[in-house]
Design a protein around this ligand. Sequence first.
Ligand SMILES: Nc1ncnc2c1ncn2[C@@H]1O[C@H](COP(=O)(O)OP(=O)(O)O)[C@@H](O)[C@H]1O
Ligand SMILES: [Mg+2]
Length: 246
Amino acid sequence: MKRIKTGIYGLDDLMEGGFPEGRSILLSGACGTGKTIFCMQYIYSGAKDYGEPGVYVTLDERPDLIREDVMRFGWDLKKLEETNKIQIIDGSIAKIGMPSQEEYALPVTGYDVDKLLLEMMRVIKRIGAKRVVIDSIPALGFNFENSNEVRKAILKLSYVLMRSGATSLMTSEIQEGTNRFGKYGVEEYVVDGVIVLHYMGIGTQSNRTLHIRKMRSTKHSEDLHPMQITQKGIKVTRIEEEYAET
Ligand SMILES: Nc1ncnc2c1ncn2[C@@H]1O[C@H](COP(=O)(O)OP(=O)(O)O)[C@@H](O)[C@H]1O
Ligand SMILES: [Mg+2]
């Protein structure tokens, strides 16, 4: 089975070389745990280092803010967007009902998940995307009145992602105090892998961790791994290395 390099320093070694090609992975964690940075690192490194074009569907944050934020890590998205190595689809307007300046965006009038999926398929095909990110599922959910509709939308979305052949990441929130990694109770069942990010807001060092909870057809680490957000992006280590460093 071909492996897709995650671009996250230290992560591929924990799961036989990367994500299984063509599968979907859920990235779950509370807000501020680094999900958006993780997803952008996956898309950016794919485009830049592995010749794998990527589509980023942002439902949470505005594309211009994401571009600005990741410049901090030296990731210049604009250049890669101009050469069709990366495309960002702006679904964030759906939440606030304002027109978007983006080339790829949803119409302002009424939210329609089918339109989003069509737009996504169109862009995936046009640039030959091998990587897709949906950030985030809860933001998609805001547009629905009841969770049954959200579940249906998530199922449709995962079907479209599967058919596209791309290796995809979806982000969601952990339900604190429960054993659920998604908000709607279906996310974890439609994916082939679950990666959980934790952040404990105490202490000064190494209070972020990453845990591979599930990865189908892969032997993977079952440990909690220290995770850092460095100047170059997200880095994951093994506990042993952590001790060796200090
Ligand atoms: N340049 C940076 N250097 C170190 N940490 C950063 C940097 N930029 C953001 N962070 C950390 O990452 C967090 C935001 O990550 P983000 O991916 O947006 O989280 P999520 O999408 O899970 O809500 C910030 O709260 C901050 O702690
Ligand atoms: Mg985010």
